[in-house]
Structure formats: C-alpha cells, structure tokens
Ligand binder design. Structure first.
Ligand SMILES: [Zn+2]
Length: 467
C-alpha cells in the first residue's frame, strides 16, 4: 500500500519561514530544496528496480567523469575502463577496485578532488572513529549534507512520527554543549525537521553521562521518542527491568530510535516486552550519511538508492543472493570532494529479495555489523556471540564484554558489584563455552568500575582481535 508524502489527515504541519505568513507555508532555502527532493523520492521509491538502476547509472556516470578528471587516485583506477553506457550498473562497477579504509587513511590527499563544482556548497570534514579505532576523514559538501538531511526526514515520514510530540536524544557529540551532564533543551526537534515542519520540544544529554543519571533525566522529561545507541538502550533497559521507578521515565515512549551501532534482534524483543514499544533503527556512517532505513511495512532495511549504490559482496567478491551474507560496499553518488567509489565499509550484512511493501529500493534483511564484532570459530564460521551473561545465577553482573584474543582463546570482562569467587569464574567460563558451542580457553576478569567505551563513545559487547 502506498503511503508517505501525499497530503492527508496525518500530514504534519509545514512551518513557514516567511514572517507574517502562517498558511500556506513558505519554507526557507534548505526547506525548499528538501521539499523538492522529497517530492522526487516519493515517486522514485516505487519505481521498478531497473528504473532505479538506470537513474543511478546516469548519476554514476557524472561522478566517474568528475573523479577521472579531478582525483589522481581515481584517475589511475578508472583509466581504461569502458564507458558506463556500455552496460548495466553491476557491469560498470565490478571492474573498479574496492576502496579500503586504509586507502582513506594513507592516501586521502590523492583521493581528494582538486576541484568541486561550486554549486555543491561549502566543504566540511567528516571524521569517523569507526569501531576499529582507526579514524578516517572525508570531505563532504553542502550537497552531501542536504541529502543526509533529506533521508533523515524521509525516515521520519516513513515512520509517521508525530512531530508535535517530544524527543529525547542521548548520544555522543553533545559534549561541547552539555558539559555539566545536566542535558540541554531546544524549542523544537532541530535540523533537519525544523526546516520544513513544526515540531515539539527536544532535549539532549551526553552519552558519557552515568546511566542512573540518564534514567533520572528521562523520568523528569517523560519523552515520547528516544534516540540513542543500542548499547545505551540496553543499559537503560537493564535498569528499568530491576527497578520500576526507573522504568517510569520510559513509560510514555511511542518509539525508540537507534543509531550508531548494530542493533540485534534480542534488543528489539526486550524493548517490546519491557516497554511495549518498537525500535526504528537507522544504518548510517559519518562518511556516507544515511545508508538504509527500516521498511515501515515489510521489515528489514531499504537502501537509500537515490543517494548511493550499495553492493553486498561474498568472500569471492561476487554479489550476494537473497539470504547470503557479505561485505557492505558503498558508492556515494554525490560526493564530488572525496569520491567514495566502491568503498568497503568493513560491515557485514545479509541480502534480501524484493519487499512486500512494493518499493523498488533494494533490501537488506539485517545488518551484522563490523567484522571485528563477530566471533570467528575454528571451522571458519563467523557468528554474533550471544552469551546471555547478564543474568547469571544471582551474580550481580552490571556489564560484560567478550574479547576473542585468538581462534581458541577468549577473555570475559565483567563489571560486577563484588569480586567473583574462583568457582563463580569457572562457572561463567563454562557457561560461555556452552552458549558459544566451542571449548574455548577462557579467562574471566572482574572489574569494580564500568568497562571503558570504545572510540566515539560506543561500547562493543564483543570484540575479535582475530584477523
Ligand atoms: Zn519495504
């Protein structure tokens, strides 16, 4: 069933940026540009796959032409390739070598273009720590920001959010404003929502704030929507489960929005059971912007094909069929400053077939996350290790982390209320072995303090050091 931007009773109220004009609304410059894009996206999401690929190919052609002329790195790689008109999207992309994170780290000066079309707006530097802790930086233009904002608005509209309600945000990057860990407040939902729509109040709190303080802050606000990282939501749900008082702050929630880390299915179920609300997850990175958003009807994630081409590649570099898992390789169709052509993000995802909603935008069934967040078994399989350690035979485990040191050896790090006995340590090691289905050699370490968060304030429940 079609739904989305077409005006109806639930169409959110447009906000005028022209003084003295209440209705009909005239948005500001950025609002107008986003409205123009959203109107086209409303159409293109329903196009057949072939029509979407044809439009992508036209844009890819413009990108490759620019990269050939203005980026030394890409000129060398694209030399001798047939023109894009010669084949389909796949045939055009496949001969181009993958761009690795390491290339961005060591050869960005060659990758950057010596010229960017002036209409693409001001350039800024986007930095991503990534969960590997090796930072990459990418130049992005005003056009890239515009597309990021538009896709963010598209996600709001797909989810049919009620902009008149309140929004609480707990995330990294609020540090400069929220130095006191008291949180900050805004009159509306901020950019990009306020470029087009009237919205209710919003509040922000720094992710580094102690979790008990976070729960108190939420209780004082009772927000309708909460935006945060999956690991932080897990910690909030842990508190809420143990203490109904602390659940109160989550009692008015209509939906939780997650960003920044891989969302696992058990967290969705837990959120549903404890709070009775659903999670809407966004797959995005600092270098690219919004990559995929959840289908409001069919489940899974639709790729934002108007902004990028996403390939899922198997270990033999062939495209994944539905149900197969592969590396996420992305081409940003609009970055003419630091062209990201076949950029290997280091994530793994599972391919999906056509969606029951009827949209032609390709589907990802689920995102498995970074390769380093998957356990590698000696038989070669890579799995997300579900250890179920939080509730363990009455041992007060506040937080846990598994680290795979070698193919055969793991470390279990626990933040506990009291030191563990040797017997408890052995029992936990045995429990982990059983739940992982392999006789790993396991060291259990207990800590009185919270386990440190990784770069960018993200906490990784599982880290593999196995190459
Ligand atoms: Zn769908």
């Amino acid at each position: 069933m079609k739904q989305g931007l077409l005006p109806d009773a639930t169409w959110p109220r447009l906000q005028s940026r022209l003084s003295g004009l209440a209705w009909p609304a005239v948005p500001g410059q950025q609002g107008l540009q986003m409205a123009a894009l959203l109107t086209q996206l409303e159409q293109s999401q329903w196009w057949p796959v072939a029509a979407i690929e044809q439009a992508q190919l036209r844009q890819l052609d413009a990108l490759l032409e620019h990269a050939r002329r203005h980026s030394r790195f890409h000129a060398a790689r694209l030399a001798g390739l047939p023109p894009t008109q010669a084949g389909g999207l796949q045939e055009c992309l496949q001969p181009i070598p993958l761009l690795r994170r390491a290339d961005l780290q060591s050869r960005r000066a060659e990758i950057d273009c010596d010229r960017v079309p002036p209409g693409h707006g001001n350039l800024s530097l986007a930095q991503s720590t990534g969960s590997t802790g090796e930072p990459v930086s990418v130049r992005r233009s005003g056009l890239n920001d515009l597309i990021w904002m538009t896709m963010t608005l598209r996600e709001h509209l797909w989810q049919r959010r009620d902009f008149s309600q309140s929004l609480a945000i707990i995330r990294a990057g609020l540090a400069e404003e929220d130095t006191e860990r008291r949180g900050i407040s805004w009159a509306d939902w901020g950019s990009p929502t306020n470029h087009l729509f009237a919205s209710g109040s919003s509040w922000g709190l720094n992710l580094q704030t102690d979790i008990v303080r976070q729960a108190e802050w939420l209780r004082s606000l009772m927000p309708a929507y909460l935006l945060t990282y999956p690991s932080n939501l897990t910690a909030l749900l842990d508190l809420a489960e143990d203490d109904p008082e602390r659940r109160a702050g989550l009692g008015r929630l209509m939906q939780v929005r997650t960003i920044g880390e891989t969302l696992r299915e058990p967290l969705r179920m837990r959120c549903r059971q404890l709070l009775g609300v659903e999670i809407a997850d966004i797959y995005s990175t600092q270098e690219i912007g919004v990559i995929a958003i959840e289908c409001p009807q069919g489940g899974g994630y639709h790729v934002m094909s108007e902004g990028l081409v996403l390939e899922l590649l198997r270990d033999d570099d062939q495209p994944c069929a539905a149900g197969e898992t592969g590396r996420v390789v992305v081409t940003d169709l609009h970055n003419f400053a630091t062209p990201l052509i076949r950029y290997d993000l280091g994530d793994l995802a599972e391919a999906d077939g056509p969606c029951s909603c009827g949209r032609g935008l390709p589907k990802i069934r689920r995102i498995l996350g970074r390769q380093r967040n998957l356990l590698r078994l000696p038989d070669g399989r890579r799995v997300w290790p579900a250890s179920g350690l939080r509730k363990f035979s009455g041992i007060p485990i506040r937080q846990y982390q598994l680290v795979q040191l070698t193919l055969e050896k793991l470390e279990v790090r626990l933040h506990v209320a009291r030191p563990l006995s040797a017997d408890e340590g052995r029992a936990i090691a045995e429990h982990v072995r059983q739940s992982l289905g392999h006789r790993f050699e396991i060291d259990v370490l207990d800590f009185a303090a919270p386990l440190p968060k990784g770069p960018g304030g993200k906490f990784e429940q599982f880290v593999s050091c196995v190459a």
